[in-house]
Design a protein around this ligand. Structure first.
Ligand SMILES: Nc1nc2c(c(=O)[nH]1)N[C@H]1C(S)=C(S)[C@@H](COP(=O)(O)OP(=O)(O)OC[C@H]3O[C@@H](n4cnc5c(=O)[nH]c(N)nc54)[C@H](O)[C@@H]3O)O[C@H]1N2
Ligand SMILES: Nc1nc2c(c(=O)[nH]1)N[C@H]1C(S)=C(S)[C@@H](COP(=O)(O)OP(=O)(O)OC[C@H]3O[C@@H](n4cnc5c(=O)[nH]c(N)nc54)[C@H](O)[C@@H]3O)O[C@H]1N2
Ligand SMILES: [Mo]
Length: 815
């Protein structure tokens, strides 16, 4: 495998060309009787080229105008040495089962067992826990980004199984939108308010100021939840064309001058991380005092403006939120704040918010404040105005085609007469409270107006996620992880989480099984077949077949499968449900056999969809189309939130000092704010175990962006290895010195595989650069209890010791 240095890579102009030239599969390629199989993935659609039964390379799908370079790593995803090839059980667990020493997780060897033995062990353990401590002691939230495909929806597969055995504890919300999913229903009346923004064609034609607040859509639209069509990039080409005809201001509010900012030649507002609410308050204050805001809009379409204005000008707390006040907090000059206020009030302004800014302490406030500011600007419901909170995600904003829905593998059962317990409602936790739950069984906590109690978890069953990647404060998680009596993971790879389990069952990747999904998460342009390209690696099994194997041991197979033979029976049923919907609405759609042969059935995008403007119907007739809030309007003050009487979430948008930021006392000890956005060449931790990591790693470590001046002060050069640390832990990372990041801010992307220095002897520092060793595990507030991954301070220094060898990409020792 050729090792391309980051510098070589960065010198080149086109990522795709460079990647192609170093992709080992491509270099070796001779197409001899190759089969081309169309499939799709989070990274986009492509043809899998299969030669002699081996997946050798990918060819982009002709309908994707901007294929992601990540698809080139797909063959490596199948053949990586980090695949779990057989079922394994931790040595101590095999001997003592639920009475094993749980502190040995991640330390003891794994023993290979037969599938029969593995199914038996899992079935026995489920039965035991259901019988002794019951469903409220089994955690099966299964949070994660398993592969696309409505059939192998691995969370549903696992949850249907546990439901049938008696029930389980679930999770609610996501790490993605932990805060906005909870706050927005109070403000806009629906959580889907962040999901369906105005269509890009109307925005592009009409917008004068596109204000990107904490988003990097050129990076994040590479992937999509169902499968990526990359239409965002088509629309950005249109935006560039449009801006040749008339002036469009693109403003990037972000401590980093991102790829998006560079591509769109944006003006940079490089604020201190975690201070967006203060910045917006400063802008709002100036607009209010200088009568630059739309009073008519506020009166007609919002509720509670007066209470908010009292706070804004200091009548509530004696602090006038002036640009001068905001300047001190944000590091943005008073003049620039005033300029932004004047600019927003002139022309059509779209506020485009990403999600990192709500993955922060008091993360509920940022998007509430953005809605408030958009209301003050007063252009919601107009072409080119208002706000959009999902234009950076899954290519949402692309106009949607007119087509049917597509069913997914069901958690629920059709006929529940003989199995009434499956109707029992699951207990749940907000997803990011997992470590608190494990550590504090029986403890009461606040969530969204309710008092909940942490259940006492004895068993974790997880398919399709990587908590030792996604959860904050790894050292706290390691302690929490020792609490349950059994931990079962279904995984294709030896991830950090799989290594910390008792039983690991090897799952196939999507290329080793059949499935079905939408091409285009926002556009729903086609329903696409995801045909099996190669045979399963070693003894890996499809997630569905793993569940069926366990259910068989428990005598529940018939009920679980509804008598169906295999995955194709389900896939046909899902497709035929869609076909029926389509026929009822006179939408042309292929019959199943023709669809499966062709690989896709396509739907048309109407002119109406291209003209879609969010909240237009509400603005047209606010009584008929009232919002789902108590007042039917945008709520800038929420009586419901007021009734909760929370000390960390006021009834109107408010600036709260985050527990760590550059203005806090902690900054004297740890003077650098660490942000951990989503990586360009990975999906979280996925693909880190492919050759693609050679493109960006520095001396085998995850790259960390360091400001030029900071690096100079610390005697650090581009390409050095640095140790990054705080009271929670430390990691090694590879320095990339740049002027594209604000001074005193460093960026270490989420998702580098956790490689503890010496777990056996208690050294849990990461030698590879996993950022969550450094982050804080706390809820955003009592309201949403979302994660606060982006609220963290660190220090760093040049690492001068001997470089430890990376171990995590070599499978663990097994017997
Ligand atoms: N510091 C910091 N932390 C963060 C974030 C951040 O911004 N900063 N972002 C957060 C966000 S928004 C998210 S969504 C989470 C993501 O967290 P995760 O979704 O847990 O991260 P992934 O690495 O995508 O893990 C998915 C796992 O599923 C496995 N998998 C894939 N396909 C299949 C399959 O078909 N079957 C089975 N059984 N397994 C499969 C993969 O191998 C992988 O290990 O991370 C969160 N963590
Ligand atoms: N390539 C790729 N694409 C992805 C993913 C992936 O892993 N890889 N993950 C997907 C998932 S699950 C999700 S949830 C979305 C995530 O989408 P987002 O949450 O929007 O993405 P992030 O990368 O976490 O952060 C976006 C930007 O916020 C900036 N930022 C950080 N702190 C601050 C701050 O205090 N103020 C401001 N104004 N900006 C700040 C970061 O510098 C970054 O440029 O992306 C999706 N897309
Ligand atoms: Mo996410």
């Amino acid at each position: 495998m050729k090792n391309l240095s980051r510098r070589d890579f960065l010198k080149s102009t086109s990522a795709v060309v460079t990647l192609a030239s170093i992709n080992p599969a491509l270099n070796a390629m001779v197409i001899n009787n190759a089969k081309k199989i169309l499939t799709t993935s989070h990274y986009g659609a492509f043809y899998a080229v299969v030669e002699d039964g081996k997946f050798v390379r990918t060819i982009p799908y002709e309908k994707d105008n901007h294929p992601s370079p990540m698809i080139e790593a797909m063959p490596d995803r199948v053949y990586t040495p980090t695949r779990v090839k057989y079922p394994y059980v931790r040595e101590g667990f095999l001997k003592h089962e639920h009475k094993s020493d749980t502190t040995k997780r991640g330390k003891e060897k794994f023993v290979r067992v037969s599938w029969d033995k593995a199914f038996e062990l899992v079935a026995k353990e489920i039965k035991r826990v259901q019988k002794t401590t019951g469903p409220d002691s089994i955690y099966a939230g299964c949070y994660g980004w398993w592969t696309s495909g409505n059939m192998h929806n691995v969370r549903n597969i696992a949850q249907r199984m546990l439901k049938l055995t008696g029930g389980f504890v679930d999770d609610v919300n996501t790490y993605s939108t932990g805060a906005i999913r909870v706050i927005l229903p109070y403000v806009t009346g629906s959580a889907s308010g962040y999901y369906k923004p105005s269509a890009w064609p109307t925005v592009i034609k009409n917008v004068d100021n596109l204000v990107i607040i904490g988003a990097d859509p050129y990076v994040t639209n590479q992937i999509a939840w169902t499968s990526a069509d990359h239409r965002y990039y088509d629309y950005m080409e249109d935006l560039k064309e449009e801006s040749k005809k008339r002036k469009i201001n693109i403003i990037n509010i972000n401590p980093v001058y991102t790829e998006t900012a560079q591509k769109l030649n944006a003006k940079q507002v490089s604020l201190k991380p975690g201070t967006d609410v203060a910045l917006m308050l400063g802008i709002a204050n100036y607009m209010y005092k200088n009568k630059l805001y739309n009073e008519k809009f506020m009166k007609k379409y919002t509720y509670g403006r007066k209470q908010f204005f009292k706070y804004l000008i200091g009548e509530e707390d004696n602090i006038d939120k002036t640009p001068q006040w905001a300047s001190k907090i944000t590091g943005i000059s008073e003049k620039d704040i005033e300029l932004l206020a004047k600019l927003f009030a002139k022309g059509k302004t779209t506020l485009m918010g990403g999600w990192a800014i709500q993955r922060m302490d008091s993360g509920e406030q940022s998007h509430w404040m953005m809605v408030t500011l958009a209301c003050m600007i007063g252009q919601i419901g107009q072409e080119g105005g208002g706000f959009t909170f999902s234009g950076h995600y899954s290519n949402i904003g692309a106009p949607a085609a007119t087509g049917p829905g597509l069913s997914a593998f069901p958690i629920n059962f059709k006929n529940t007469k003989d199995i009434p317990w499956v109707n029992k409602k699951s207990k749940y936790i907000p997803v990011a409270r997992i470590a608190d739950m494990l550590l504090n069984p029986g403890e009461k906590f606040d969530y969204n107006g309710k008092k909940l109690t942490y259940p006492d978890i004895k068993m974790i069953y997880w398919a399709g996620g990587n908590p030792f990647h996604h959860h904050q404060d790894v050292n706290k998680l390691i302690k929490a992880w020792q609490k349950p009596e059994s931990i079962i993971f279904i995984e294709p790879y030896w991830t950090a989480s799989a290594r910390m389990a008792d039983i690991v069952l090897p799952a196939t990747t999507t290329f080793e099984r059949n499935d079905i999904t939408f091409f285009g998460h926002g556009s729903h342009e086609s329903i696409m077949a995801m045909k099996k390209a190669v045979e399963p690696i070693a003894e890996s099994k499809n997630d569905y077949d793993i569940a069926v194997g366990i259910m068989d041991k428990l005598g529940l197979k018939e009920l679980y499968t509804e008598g169906k033979k295999d995955e194709m029976d389900w896939i046909k049923e899902f497709y035929n449900n869609s076909l029926k919907q389509a026929k009822d609405k006179n939408i042309p759609m292929l019959e199943f056999d023709d669809f499966w042969e062709k690989g896709h059935t396509d739907f048309k995008i109407s002119q109406k969809a291209k003209n879609y403007v969010s909240f237009k119907s509400f603005i047209k007739n606010k009584r008929k189309n009232r919002l789902g809030t108590p007042s039917g309007k945008f709520e800038i003050f929420s009586k419901t939130i007021e009734s909760y009487n929370y000390d960390d979430c006021a009834p109107h948008p408010k600036w709260y000092e985050p527990m760590e930021y550059l203005g806090s006392k902690k900054a004297n000890k740890y003077p650098y704010h660490i942000v951990s956005p989503h990586p360009k060449y990975r999906l979280h931790s996925q693909l880190n175990n492919t050759w693609l990591r050679n493109v960006y790693e520095v001396k085998g470590r995850e790259p960390i962006l360091i400001n030029i001046e900071d690096a100079k002060e610390k005697g650090i050069k581009d390409g050095d290895v640095v140790k990054v640390f705080n009271d929670r832990g430390s990691v090694l990372a590879g320095a990339v010195v740049t002027s594209n990041i604000r001074k005193n801010v460093v960026q270490l992307c989420e998702g580098a595989w956790y490689d503890p220095a010496d777990l056996q002897n208690g050294d849990t520092s990461c030698i590879h650069g996993h950022v969550n060793v450094l982050t804080i595990d706390k809820g955003t507030s009592k309201l949403a209890q979302g994660n606060i991954a982006h609220t963290a301070l660190v220090d760093f220094e040049k690492y001068t010791g001997e470089l430890p060898q990376i171990k995590v990409f070599t499978p663990p020792k097994t017997i």
